[in-house]
Design a protein around this ligand. Structure first.
Ligand SMILES: C[S@@+](CC[C@H](N)C(=O)[O-])C[C@H]1O[C@@H](n2cnc3c(N)ncnc32)[C@H](O)[C@@H]1O
Length: 295
């Protein structure tokens, strides 16, 4: 269970979002297009149901997208593990007026046994959380998402991905200096309850030298945050988090994992000159395939 200061009300994450370090603005543009496609297939009377996994206290990407369709109506469910983010999203964050139902649940967004009501959703969104999962945990998540999505629904993931041609580095199971602090997103018994296909990731030994791409990724994050005026303490807390917990799969891996449960996958790198453009992208999984457009 992860309740980190970085993502608390007085943490550094609101600055990261506000200054677009993680390309949230690009995600809004790209995600809006996905909603447009879906809304065309729906009658205006029917609210679109949206599930936001690891929503945070300010679910800005989804809120901005929903706001841009003022004639349509949305029912929103968010899940977050951090109680103060849940409280912020419930009581402080202002959802647009066309979001006529808002539910925020406290719980683990990766383990639907603890947090998920038994509904089907038109859209399931995850922003900036998938990069903490191992391929096995992501596969488990994909098996749950495929069950929870309406037949023509979409899973939209705005996240960090390592470059396709670079080796995978596996996240440790626990904090290197404190074995009691688990980094696992799912209990081992949950993972062992399903059969894993074999994903042949180009994986390097965790004890080996850190791959170049990960050093570059951390440096780009840090440099961008400094250039945009982030304060020293905040940047340190971000670096510490990234160093300990960010072990992203690649877009190619995303294809393999989500296709293994029956999804069609479309991915889009944002058309951004940003130095993080190499690492941040949108991946969309649906049962029928969708068309992502260049921005
Ligand atoms: C990087 S923020 C992402 C917030 C938002 N989705 C976005 O796109 O900006 C990560 C959020 O995930 C939450 N979180 C981390 N692990 C989680 C888990 N296992 N289940 C639910 N929420 C989690 C944190 O509390 C934090 O609010």
């Amino acid at each position: 269970m992860r309740r980190e200061k970085l993502f608390s009300n007085d943490g550094f994450y609101p600055f990261i979002v506000e200054s677009n370090v993680l390309l949230h603005r690009e995600a809004i543009d790209c995600g809006r297009h996905m909603f447009e496609l879906l809304l065309k297939k729906r009658t205006p009377e029917r609210p679109l149901t949206v599930l936001d996994l690891a929503c945070g206290g300010e679910p800005i990407v989804i809120a901005k997208i929903m706001e841009s369709f003022p004639d349509r109506c949305f029912h929103y469910t968010g899940i977050d593990i951090n109680p103060d983010q849940v409280e912020q999203a419930r009581s402080v964050f202002e959802f647009p007026k066309n979001v006529t139902e808002v539910r925020i649940n406290e719980g683990n967004a990766w383990d639907f046994r603890t947090a998920e009501p038994a509904l089907k959703y038109d859209v399931i969104f995850m922003g900036m959380n998938l990069h903490h999962g191992t391929p096995e945990e992501i596969h488990y998540l994909a098996t749950r998402i495929v069950e929870l999505l309406e037949d023509d629904g979409v899973f939209i993931n705005h996240d960090c991905f390592r470059p396709d041609d670079q080796p995978y580095l596996r996240r440790p199971d626990s904090h290197p200096e404190n074995p009691d602090e688990s980094f696992q997103l799912l209990d081992k018994d949950v993972l062992s309850s399903i059969t894993e296909p074999s994903f042949t990731l180009d994986e390097v030994d965790s004890a080996a030298t850190e791959p170049d791409w990960r050093i570059r990724y951390r440096q780009s994050l840090s440099t961008t945050a400094i250039e945009r005026g982030g304060n020293k303490t905040g940047i340190e807390s971000m670096n510490q988090h990234v160093n300990l917990r960010d072990y992203p799969i690649s877009l190619q891996d995303f294809h393999k994992i989500f296709e293994s449960v029956g999804f069609k996958v479309n991915t889009q790198r944002y058309n951004s000159q940003d130095s993080l453009g190499e690492f941040i992208a949108m991946a969309v999984a649906s049962k029928h395939g969708v068309e992502l457009t260049a921005q």
